[in-house]
Design a protein around this ligand. Structure first.
Ligand code: NDP
Length: 298
């Protein structure tokens, strides 16, 4: 039997999320009691993409549960860029709104970059504005994108070492891979690692993944990382959320990560499950960023 079998730590995002939400509750109560401020998120949904509708609904539910306000502006698919930007400008100037979120992906007719850039950096609770990415890369993060921010919280909660470690990130998207690199490579909480970023241009991916003390995978390929691609004792953060057909499931599908969980479990020192790993952290970090913005508004 593999020596790591009994020691592998399951990195449950729900535990970390509960811990953070308890702390947020105190901050929210304080904001209400002392300043009469209720943190408020304004989300914008263009079109009727079912996955996006689902994401928005879960965000609304989470905010409601925490006694915060979440309003959604539902716009038709043929909304023009100027209409959308006008709406964002109004929200930028509305003092009761602390966070603005544009649900991605936007319809192809709209320039996502232009629209995201029109959100005030002070209310950019998704952390996608170039100014906030710039602060992050200067080592002074203000609003950290929610998924990488949630991963840092998981590493912190479970005391997974990063300092002097080799962290390998697979994926270089603007929402996961790139900000993750910026956080881990700098001398920040749960940073100070030597970081390698892999992507489709990487020659011999296994060469790098086998060197990882910490492997963060966000490629969007179901069960892509196999046991023979990692070394014993690797800490694995699986960001992937992939729907795969499964006739044995009632719904006809199941959700799997980018890591072949059962193939990698024995060899890993710790691993996030999918679902239940990184997923629960993303909305919690959105709440956290919105509370921060509400505090900054005082
Ligand atoms: P993107 O599709 O934007 O990026 C995927 C990245 O993976 C790209 O940089 C791509 O490289 C790289 N990649 C793809 N195939 C390979 C390969 N064979 N070898 C090496 N690199 C590869 O995805 P996202 O970052 O948006 O999301 C990734 C996954 O994470 C998805 O499953 C998504 O659903 C999930 N996700 C989960 C979240 C959560 O809350 N848990 C939040 C956000 C995403 P290249 O740049 O060269 O194309």
């Amino acid at each position: 039997m593999n020596k790591f079998f009994f020691n592998t730590i399951l990195l449950k995002g729900s535990n970390v999320s509960n811990h953070i939400r308890k702390n947020l509750t105190l901050q929210i109560n304080e904001l209400k009691k002392t300043y009469n401020i209720t943190p408020k998120l304004s989300a914008i949904l263009v079109g009727d993409n079912p996955a996006s509708q689902l994401y928005i609904k879960s965000k609304e539910k989470a905010f409601k549960k925490m006694d915060c306000i979440s309003e959604t502006h539902n716009l038709p698919i043929n909304t023009t860029e100027s209409n959308l930007i006008e709406l964002i400008k109004g929200l930028n100037n509305d003092n009761s709104v602390h966070g603005i979120l544009v649900q991605l992906p936007l319809p192809k007719s709209l320039d996502s970059k232009k629209i995201l850039h029109s959100i005030s950096p002070e209310k950019d609770v998704d952390g996608f504005h170039p100014m906030n990415i710039g602060y992050l890369y200067q080592g002074e993060p203000k609003y950290v994108p929610c998924t990488p921010g949630g991963i840092i919280e998981i590493l912190d909660f479970y005391d997974i070492p990063t300092e002097r470690c080799h962290a390998v990130i697979v994926g270089r998207s603007n929402i996961v891979g790139k900000p993750m690199y910026g956080l881990l490579a700098q001398n920040l909480r749960k940073g100070n690692a030597t970081v390698t970023m892999c992507h489709t241009g990487t020659k011999d991916l296994s060469y790098f993944t086998k060197q990882a003390d910490l492997l963060i995978i966000a490629a969007g390929i179901p069960e892509f990382i196999k046991g023979d691609m990692i070394s014993e004792g690797t800490h694995i953060i699986d960001v992937g959320i992939n729907r795969v057909n499964d006739a044995s499931e009632k719904k006809g599908y199941k959700i799997v990560g980018d890591v072949d969980f059962f193939d990698c479990f024995d060899k890993s020192a710790s691993i996030t499950p999918v679902p239940g790993g990184v997923g629960p952290m993303t909305i919690t970090m959105l709440l956290s960023n919105t509370v921060t913005s509400a505090k900054n508004s005082i």
